[in-house]
Structure formats: C-alpha cells, structure tokens
Ligand binder design. Structure first.
Ligand code: CA
Length: 223
C-alpha cells in the first residue's frame, strides 16, 4: 500500500522510508507541512505518517485543515515519548493513531496496516475474497488453503482490490496505488498484472467493467 511520510528530519525520514519499504510499503516522502497538505489532498495515499513539528506549516494545522475539508485519509502522528498533551492535541485534531519516537518500525507498520484496514471497513487481520486469503503482515496469499506465489506488484494490486472489494477501480486508481513518484508506468502494466492474478487465483475473482475499470468480487457468484 502506498503511504505518505511527512518528516523534516533527514536522518529519521531516511530511516523510516527505508524501513517501511523493506516491510512492503510504497513510500513517498515530503519534508514540510505545505507539501504534506498538497499531497494528501490528491487522495492517492492509503495512509500518512505525520511528524508534528514541521517547517512551513505545523503538523497539527495540516491535520485540522485536511479534516475540516473532508479529507479522511488515515493519519498516524509521530510524537515525543513524554508529550502526552501533544498526542491528545493530535488525536483531537483528527489523527487516527500515534507512535512515539524513537519509532519501532514493526509497531509502526502494524498500526498502519490496522488503520488502513479499518478505514476500508475491514477489521480482521487477513483480507479475504472468495477462496483467497491475503495476510498483509506476512505478505502471503493462499487460495483454498494453498500458498500462491505472487510478485510484489501482483501482491500490492491484489491488496488494493481486496481493500476495495465490490467497488470498481479505474486503471488510474490502480496505478496510483501501485507506483511511487518518478516511476514510469508501462501503459499495459495493470492489464498484465491482472492477467497474472487471474491465472494464479482463478478467472472469477477480478471482473473487467468495460469502459470503467476493474472490480474484485468478494463472494463467489452463485452457480
Ligand atoms: Ca520535526
């Protein structure tokens, strides 16, 4: 899943980006509040990790302004260990969760996964559709109990579909959830990945909605 990291400290930002990438997240990184607000308004991100002390615009101001204008992207704030009042202000301003510095990467990743699942109305740890089960923490996929090997892109695409099961997603939306900045996307990349997913997981899982996009059907069609 694609997330926005907002952190002005180069060392910390670099470490968080590398660590989260290693755990399977697609990470775009901005270093000031104005850039954060601009990027989050695009609706491209599954979630954001937001530092509060930021140049140009304070993290709390960014958060309040986004929430006031209806941006619901889950936001996890980074706060200092002793700053209870900061956490409270963050939550009041519309943060969904927080992690204290120094950041434990596994905890941050688990909290992000939980936030994104909940934001999509999926409280369970594993996502499932028909006979396919996706475990985001283990980055594994099973079909009828059998492990299925997927490439990184195939896994990310399946996850995007499962989070929005029974909803039509356009090719642009799918591309946005799959590729970070500066990545040149081949025009038929999504089609190729979907073709592979159908081959590995069955033809009845992902439907083409002509002229609009694609939809993952959560329940198997009644025979
Ligand atoms: Ca800072």
């Amino acid at each position: 899943m694609r997330i926005l990291l907002v952190e002005d400290d180069s060392l910390l930002g670099d470490g968080l980006r590398a660590g989260l990438r290693q755990l399977g997240f697609l990470v775009d990184w901005v270093r000031d509040g104005e850039a954060a607000e601009r990027e989050l308004r695009t609706g491209t991100y599954a979630a954001a990790v937001l530092d509060l002390g930021l140049p140009r615009k304070d993290g709390l101001e960014v958060l309040s302004s986004l929430r006031r204008t209806g941006v619901t992207t889950p936001v996890l704030v980074l706060t200092a260990r002793d700053a209870v009042h900061e956490r409270i202000r963050g939550l009041d301003a519309g943060a969904d969760d927080y992690v204290v510095k120094p950041v434990d990467l596994d905890e941050l990743a688990a909290r992000l996964r939980a936030l994104v699942r909940r934001a999509h109305g999926q409280p369970l740890e594993c996502l499932s559709a028909q006979d396919v089960v996706l475990d985001a923490a283990a980055r594994s996929v099973r079909r009828a109990g059998e492990l299925v090997m997927l490439s990184t892109r195939e896994f990310d695409l399946l996850q995007a579909f499962m989070l929005s099961a029974n909803r039509v997603l356009s090719r642009e939306q799918l591309e946005q959830s799959l590729y970070s900045w500066g990545y040149e996307v081949e025009s038929n990349a999504i089609e190729v990945h979907i073709h592979n997913l159908r081959r590995k997981l069955g033809a009845g899982l992902i439907h083409t909605v002509r002229g609009v996009g694609y939809m993952l059907q959560r329940d198997a069609p009644v025979a």
